[in-house]
Design a protein around this ligand. Sequence first.
Ligand SMILES: Nc1nc2c(c(=O)[nH]1)N[C@H]1C(S)=C(S)[C@@H](COP(=O)(O)OP(=O)(O)OC[C@H]3O[C@@H](n4cnc5c(=O)[nH]c(N)nc54)[C@H](O)[C@@H]3O)O[C@H]1N2
Ligand SMILES: Nc1nc2c(c(=O)[nH]1)N[C@H]1C(S)=C(S)[C@@H](COP(=O)(O)OP(=O)(O)OC[C@H]3O[C@@H](n4cnc5c(=O)[nH]c(N)nc54)[C@H](O)[C@@H]3O)O[C@H]1N2
Ligand code: SF4
Ligand SMILES: [Mo]
Length: 746
Amino acid sequence: MSFKDVSLSRRQFLQLSGATGAAALFGSRLTYFTPAVQASPRLAEDGILYGVCDVCSMNCAYIAHLREGRITHLTGNPADQTAEGKLCVKGQAALRLLYDPDRLKYPMKRTNPEKGIGVDPGWVKISWDEALDLTAAKFKEIRDAYGPQALMVIARGQTWQKHFASSLGTPNLVSHNNTCYTSHDVVWRAMVTGKGKTWTVDYEHSKYILAFGWDGLGKSKNHWGRAVLTALDNGARLVVFDPRLSITASKAHEWIPIKPGTDLAALLAMIHVIINEDLYDHEFVENYTTGFEQLKAQVKDYTPEWAASICEVPAETIARIAREFAATQPAVIASHKRDAGGPNYRNSWQTAACFVIMDTLVGSLDRPGGHILDRQPKLPGLRDVWEFPEYPETIKGPRIDGLEKFPITYQLGKGSFSTLAEGILSQQPYPVKAAFVWRHNVLAFPNPGRLVEALKTLDFIAVSDIMPTEIVQLADVVLPDVTYFESLGLSARQYHAVYPQVALKEPLPAVYDSKGFGTVAREILKRMGLDEYAPDGMDGKGLMQAQLAALETTLEEIKANGGVWGKPKPIEPKIEFGTPSKKIELYATLMEEKGYPPLPAWQPAGAQTSEQYPFHLLIWRRPWHRMTQSQNDPILAELQPENGALLNTQTAQKLGLKAGDEVWVESVAGKIRLKAMLTQGLRPDCVAVDHGFGHWSDALSIANGRGANDGDLIPSRTVEQQLAEGDPGVSAMMEDVVVSVSKVVL
Ligand SMILES: Nc1nc2c(c(=O)[nH]1)N[C@H]1C(S)=C(S)[C@@H](COP(=O)(O)OP(=O)(O)OC[C@H]3O[C@@H](n4cnc5c(=O)[nH]c(N)nc54)[C@H](O)[C@@H]3O)O[C@H]1N2
Ligand SMILES: Nc1nc2c(c(=O)[nH]1)N[C@H]1C(S)=C(S)[C@@H](COP(=O)(O)OP(=O)(O)OC[C@H]3O[C@@H](n4cnc5c(=O)[nH]c(N)nc54)[C@H](O)[C@@H]3O)O[C@H]1N2
Ligand code: SF4
Ligand SMILES: [Mo]
């Protein structure tokens, strides 16, 4: 059956998402956030399933509407504090993924020993038993011959993935974190939470929203989009610093096209103004912070005049915005992951520290209208439910991505994509021989070509995925996974968790012959003779039962309660924080202890433009795309056939380019070919590339060959290079990249 039989038609989809023409970019409130009532084509239903959208980490709870055993459409769950009855355009579109005819449908093994881009793997269909036996045998052989560190698990560090890697005894659970948010995480850990960053922001009640690269509206982030628009309706002011006119910037009262990589200077100057002009919240600073005097001394010379020439923003603008921010309450620095405080530039982690300082100075941290420390229920983990031995000591050894050399990120249990390829290729600190990959793709790595070279040196690769993406093309064994529509569990609200709440995930019976990660992991452990780490009854269902018991509820009760557990309650402001002093540490003692600067200081970005590379590379995401996972969607492909090189109109004129001309964008790492797109909403010294395209897997019948991957322009890095940067977040520095642009000569 093709997708057309089961999914929405293009017209229905466009109606639901409101994503028509210009409205898609600059539309009304309904643009990405659809009311539940609207999102219901009227079809006879034969049941519903509660679930949680896993397209992005906002994890909005949905209700899946069934007809003859198939999901016909989704609506947001009104009982969920995140979804509030709505889903965004990405969440709606993802239903087509479930029924995508290109999905992996059964286990396969490779017959062609040669690997690489454009090489046919020569797949043959195999049984689950054969696939699991083969994987376990290879892993056991390699573990016995070289030690557990020769195995690596490339996966997000979730419950089962951590258990699997640790049971194997490998320290190498490698995930994407340093391309995404580790710069924020280390700062929040040191200054506020003792854990990582908090994701909940009470935009709705804010009166002044100040963003440095945050583009929550342009990501169609369901809750935040609505909340910011509601705040604007209620008279809030929105100010956006971004070299590109993002969608959030297009809704703002002011757009300030700051020079890339210089937000740190603007922020230091704002902090200078707020302190020197005595505009800060004395009560909050006195009661809940340490290190104010040191901070005051630190920013003494960072005047707006000093910052102006660095940021190319007038000193009066910087000073005025600082004053407005301090005078309007509550005020908040809008921030998420890959904004100016994300792992994009050498100085981003210090920028992230300034975000925390700004919120603190105006007293909005964990206060209504500000950043809220997520209110989450404590759910039991595997060890709380089952008895199994301590993991082998070897999990504490050195890692192939070198992460243990970055103690704050390491203790947070994160991973580094930027150093993986160089680690494998140099065989430092040891050779790695096999990989199990779950839910990560080659195209997500800086310099993916380098990663392909590295992965080619391994003896064996098993991949659990749902689509035949690029990583699958490098596999020896393919283990088709279930999608989130087909899996069960409980999901604690995290991205908007002003009170503890859990949403239920009820599975649709698997559409294909697939198995979830937990099942696969346990089967491999057993077949490797590591039965003690896979005791009887240890599965997702058992874990969920234990979690329900801990919440003193039952499945029936949750269903009767609209698919959620947890009652709304107002925010009780915290008076203690997770640092050693229990205060917000403006002077971060953990940073000092680990050998990093405890206070932010000006540091230029890593890459400066030159005659050879006159432009800064900016990366952005389309509201409707999900990283590298949605380009095989036929309707989205119709909406946007490929990505492009966004250039300022004047720049294009100077280069003799028109819209649609093919250009080379080139950096020290590589070059990509794209069509030029022109706009006035971009600094003339920038080129902006939207992420997600450049697929080379010919098994992706729609996505293959469209556009190009921004990652080809980003260098991979050695651990030594990363250490020399002195960044506790071991950032991949995704946009510390300068490029040239030239017309393709045919
Ligand atoms: N639609 C959609 N939503 C998504 C995703 C997706 O792929 N698609 N991905 C999800 C994921 S994994 C993540 S991490 C988040 C990322 O979401 P965000 O954290 O919002 O990050 P980006 O989308 O990378 O946008 C970064 C913005 O920073 C701007 N920028 C670049 N350099 C600078 C600078 O030096 N200063 C300033 N002030 N701005 C700068 C860019 O122009 C861009 O507008 O989105 C999530 N949501
Ligand atoms: N050049 C460049 N690189 C980037 C970024 C960028 O903006 N530009 N962004 C960075 C960021 S913020 C992030 S978060 C990372 C994300 O990096 P990744 O997490 O690797 O994300 P994707 O590239 O979208 O690849 C996800 C893979 O998981 C598969 N998949 C999806 N759902 C499932 C599932 O349920 N089960 C299994 N087994 N597989 C599944 C998809 O088919 C795909 O192969 O990329 C980072 N890398
Ligand atoms: S914001 Fe959109 S994509 Fe993300 S979880 Fe919610 S509905 Fe899904
Ligand atoms: Mo991310």
